[in-house]
Design a protein around this ligand. Structure first.
Ligand SMILES: [Zn+2]
Length: 498
């Protein structure tokens, strides 16, 4: 009898274990649209004059004209202030699994929403990105809507690649990050119409925010309790007093992102509407506790050092994905830190517009390392155990995702999937390959010879950059060990690694 009970217990635990693992696999299973979307049946019932796409199709009709992305007011440095006014809109989404999509089909989503033009530096481009907030008919209450199988949510970013002539940087990088680490927004390509005008190829991107079922899964906040799960964005100053926090690293000027153009402002993204002053103080001191541990003499101590506060694997992966893609906005801008109650701090990627040497104002050489000098990492890299993990993880990823064959195959597969949508996009925006057009300069990359003149050249640039990057990291990744050499621990926190 005793043995019978014992064997039942053992069988049950095996079953439960398998079930738990299976759940984990399901959650981590990343959807790659170009590999998984079903091929569409060719249309025979209409002519070329009818707009027809194999991609999902979004049509936005605004109640009033879309507000300009800038106000007619300048800040003290002479830059126009951003206009974040939103307008009511009706949104139709066409997404047949087996047939092409047309504006005359029955939409799978027909909802009201508020929209505005989004982005920071990308606001100036002719092809804007949009923020969509789905609402009930009153345009006040949020409404969760699922797009192309992604978790239902009220907020979505509609990214319109314009500077990125390949159209695929963000798709590639988000999906790569999604394979490598816990948190990376899901994405889907679509084509877009705004107020009846064709706007080209867009990428629907999940916003990084709290969700009880799919985005950032953290415990729901309770406004009556100061201790809370949270998401903090590190970005430009939002000038919002309640959301902005000053942690130990910022008020003690340890942050490497201080200086003339200060970046790296911390803003609380979650809790949002119910955030209390008590919770704000809790989050501020919680992050400060990690930073004080990181910048202390016993930072390596497992119980008292940084490891007690952060999920080291998440920080290792975040470093590698951003370093590999040369995404040097990371840590100063477009970075999300989140912590579940009772869990450790993790990082989430956001925005690869400048990845693979697409920073507008200067060349980003694939023959360098940079993020080891940024806030937090400049100290993490003093610990040999951290460098060991970065180097080991890099070699592990080289066998799978950070691999020329895999990445080139991924790029070629995505281009083949987009197919005629690329041509339609450039029938509309092809003039942006010109140095100047109608008196406007479209060479956004400086120096100007970096700007590709056609689609093939843009893809060649991307692939060349990836090859050079792999070659450089392979031969130089061990140099990161110079950062944890004892003599450097007493030195300043900036170190060139080439
Ligand atoms: Zn058709």
């Amino acid at each position: 009898m005793k043995y019978k009970i014992l064997s039942i217990v053992i069988i049950l635990s095996i079953l439960l274990g398998a079930f738990g693992l299976q759940n984990l696999d399901v959650r981590k299973n990343r959807y790659h649209q170009h590999q998984e979307a079903l091929p569409k049946t060719a249309c025979t019932d209409h002519g070329r004059e009818v707009f027809c796409t194999h991609l999902p199709l979004i049509s936005i009709t605004t109640d009033e004209p879309v507000p300009s992305p800038y106000l007619a007011l300048m800040d003290q440095d002479g830059y126009f202030l951003k206009n974040d006014e939103m307008v009511g809109a009706s949104i139709e989404y066409f997404d047949s699994e087996i047939e092409n999509n047309h504006l005359t089909d029955t939409p799978v989503v027909r909802e009201r929403a508020l929209i505005r033009i989004r982005g920071a530096s990308s606001r100036k481009y002719d092809k804007p990105g949009y923020l969509i907030k789905f609402k009930e008919a009153d345009l006040v209450t949020g409404k969760k809507v699922s797009l192309s199988g992604m978790t239902a949510d009220s907020e979505w970013a509609l990214h319109g690649p314009f500077l990125d002539k390949t159209l695929i940087r963000n798709y590639l990088c988000y999906n790569l990050a999604g394979e490598i680490m816990d948190c990376a927004p899901n994405v889907r390509f679509c084509e877009a119409f705004v107020n009846g005008e064709y706007m080209g190829v867009y990428l629907i991107v999940e916003k990084v925010e709290y969700s009880d079922d799919g985005r950032i899964e953290i415990e729901k906040t309770n406004p009556k309790v100061d201790t809370t799960s949270y998401i903090v964005q590190i970005d430009r100053d939002s000038h919002n007093e309640l959301e902005s926090i000053e942690t130990f690293a910022s008020y003690s000027y340890i942050s490497a992102n201080t200086g003339a153009e200060r970046r790296g402002y911390y803003q609380i993204e979650y809790p949002s509407s119910t955030l209390t002053e008590g919770q704000r103080q809790y989050i501020e001191s919680d992050i400060s506790r990690f930073e004080k541990a990181l910048y202390s003499y016993d930072y390596r101590d497992k119980r008292h050092g940084y490891q007690a506060y952060i999920d080291v694997e998440s920080f290792v992966n975040y470093f590698l994905i951003n370093e590999f893609t040369l995404n040097y906005d990371a840590m100063g801008l477009s970075t999300f830190l989140y912590r579940d109650l009772g869990g450790k701090m993790k990082l989430c990627v956001w925005d690869f517009n400048s990845a693979f040497d697409y920073y507008e104002f200067s060349v980003v050489s694939p023959e360098t390392f940079s993020l080891q000098n940024s806030m937090w990492y400049s100290y993490l890299f003093k610990d040999k155990a951290f460098v060991d993990r970065v180097v080991a993880r890099y070699h592990e990823l080289r066998k799978t995702y950070l691999n020329e064959e895999y990445l080139f195959g991924y790029i070629d597969g995505t281009i083949a999937y987009l197919g005629p949508a690329i041509d339609r996009n450039y029938d509309k925006w092809g003039y942006s390959f010109c140095s100047t057009y109608n008196g406007v300069v479209y060479d956004y990359l400086y120096p100007r010879e970096r700007n590709p003149r056609n689609y093939e050249e843009a893809i060649d640039q991307l692939k060349t950059c990836i090859s050079q990057r792999i070659r450089h990291m392979d031969t130089h990744i061990d140099r990161l060990y110079t950062l944890c050499h004892d003599s450097l621990n007493k030195s300043i926190n900036y170190q060139e690694v080439n």
